[in-house]
Design a protein around this ligand. Structure first.
Ligand code: ADP
Length: 314
C-alpha cells in the first residue's frame, strides 16, 4: 500500500468547544470557546496563555483525557472521534505533573508504555530513547530515587516510545534547573530536526521566544493571536530609551505625557515609546531640553513578554 500523503497540519481544531459542568462548589466553566487552531506539520509551536486560559483543556482533549463539548479536532489528519486509535497513536504528551509509579525503573516504565501502545518488541527503541534523554545509566533505578529533572526526562522518554510524529510538552521545564533544561531542549530540538512537530506550553516566555517558530496566545478560552514568533514580537512597535543622568533625578522630567516615562531603581530614566510616533533623536532632544545631562544610554526592544502583557491584559 502506498504511504498516505502527509497532512498539512499536525493538529487541526475547528470550533473546538468545552464547558465543564458545574458542581456544588464551582459554577460551570466555559474553558474553550469555539477554538480554531491549525498547527503546521514540522512546526515548533508555542501555546501560551495566562493561568486558566484553556491550554491544558485543549491538550487534554487531544490526549483523550477530556471530552469536548463541541467542534472537531484532528491529529496528523486523524479525527479524534472518527479515528481515535490513529489520532492517539500520532501524539505523545508529556504531562505537567510528575505522576509515575515509584516502583518501576526507567527501563520497565518504557517497556510497559511500549506494550500499552502495542509497539512490537523488535521495533522498541528503549535503549536509544533512554540514552537520548541521559537516563541510560539510571535504567535500573526506581523512579522514586530519581531527581525531579530526571523524572521530567523520563516522562519525555515515555511520550516518545511509539515514535509519534507530534510531541506535546506541557510546562516541561517548570522547576527544572538550567543545566537539565538545556539537556531537555537539546533532545527536543533533535527530535524537531528529525521532523517531529513540537507543541510547547510554557510560562517562560523567553524560552518560547527562543525556541518556537510560531506562537498562539490563548486567553479566556479564545485564540487571540497566532502567528510566526518574529511577526508577533514585531507587532508591538515599541522600544524603551534608557537614559542614565549625570545627576540624580527625583522624578521623570515634565513634558513626557505622550510616552511612558519612569525612573528605575538604578536612577535611570526609562522612556517607552512607539517607534511609529517618536524617534530617538526627538526624545533625546527633549531629555536635554529638560535639563538632563546624559551619562549613558541604551535602547531596549520589545519582547514576547511585552506583547503577551499587551494582548492579555484588559
Ligand atoms: P490553563 O491550562 O491555561 O491554565 P485550563 O484548561 O486548566 O487552563 O482551565 C481553563 C478553565 O477551565 C479554567 O477556568 C478552569 O478553572 C476550568 N477547568 C479546568 N479543568 C476543570 C475541571 N476538571 N472541572 C471544572 N473546571 C475546570
Amino acid at each position: 500500500m502506498p504511504e498516505p500523503a502527509l497532512p498539512a497540519y499536525a493538529i487541526e481544531a475547528r470550533g473546538l468547544d468545552k464547558t465543564y459542568r458545574g458542581t456544588k462548589k464551582a459554577p460551570p466553566a466555559h474553558a474553550l470557546k469555539a477554538i480554531d487552531l491549525a498547527i503546521p506539520r514540522g512546526a515548533f509551536f508555542g501555546l501560551l496563555g495566562p493561568n486558566g486560559a484553556g491550554k491544558s483543556t485543549f491538550i487534554n482533549i487531544l490526549g483523550g483525557l477530556v471530552v469536548k463539548s463541541g467542534g472537531q479536532a484532528a491529529i496528523w489528519g486523524h479525527d479524534i472521534d472518527a479515528d481515535p486509535m490513529n489520532a492517539r497513536g500520532a501524539i505523545g504528551i508529556v504531562p505537567q505533573e510528575l505522576n509515575m509509579d515509584p516502583f518501576f525503573t526507567p527501563i520497565e516504565s518504557l517497556e510497559l508504555q511500549a506494550g500499552f501502545y502495542g509497539v512490537p518488541k523488535a521495533e522498541r527503541r528503549t535503549e536509544e530513547i533512554l540514552r537520548a534523554v541521559g537516563l541510560w545509566d539510571k535504567k535500573d533505578a526506581y523512579a522514586r530515587t530519581l531527581s525531579g529533572g530526571m523524572k521530567r526526562r523520563l516522562l519525555v522518554a515515555k511520550a516518545m516510545v511509539h515514535a509519534p510524529p507530534v510531541l506535546v510538552l506541557d510546562e516541561p521545564t517548570a522547576g527544572v534547573d538550567v543545566e537539565l533544561r538545556r539537556q531537555l531542549w537539546d533532545y527536543v530540538k533533535r527530535l524537531h530536526g528529525e521532523g517531529v512537530t513540537i507543541v510547547l506550553t510554557t510560562h517562560y516566555l523567553e524560552e518560547a521566544q527562543e525556541l518556537c517558530d510560531t506562537i498562539a496566545i490563548i486567553n479566556h478560552g479564545r485564540v487571540i493571536a497566532c502567528e510566526p514568533t518574529e511577526k508577533l514580537v514585531g507587532r508591538l512597535d515599541q522600544k524603551t530609551l534608557v537614559v542614565l543622568p549625570q545627576t540624580e533625578l527625583t522624578a521623570p522630567p515634565p513634558g513626557f505625557t505622550d510616552v511612558t516615562a519612569g525612573l528605575r531603581q538604578n536612577g535611570a530614566l526609562a522612556i517607552t515609546y512607539r517607534t511609529s510616533e517618536h524617534s530617538v533623536e526627538e526624545l533625546l532632544d527633549r531629555v536635554r531640553r529638560a535639563g538632563v545631562s546624559i551619562r549613558d544610554l541604551s535602547i531596549e526592544e520589545a519582547d514576547l513578554e511585552d506583547v503577551f502583557v499587551a494582548l492579555t491584559s484588559g
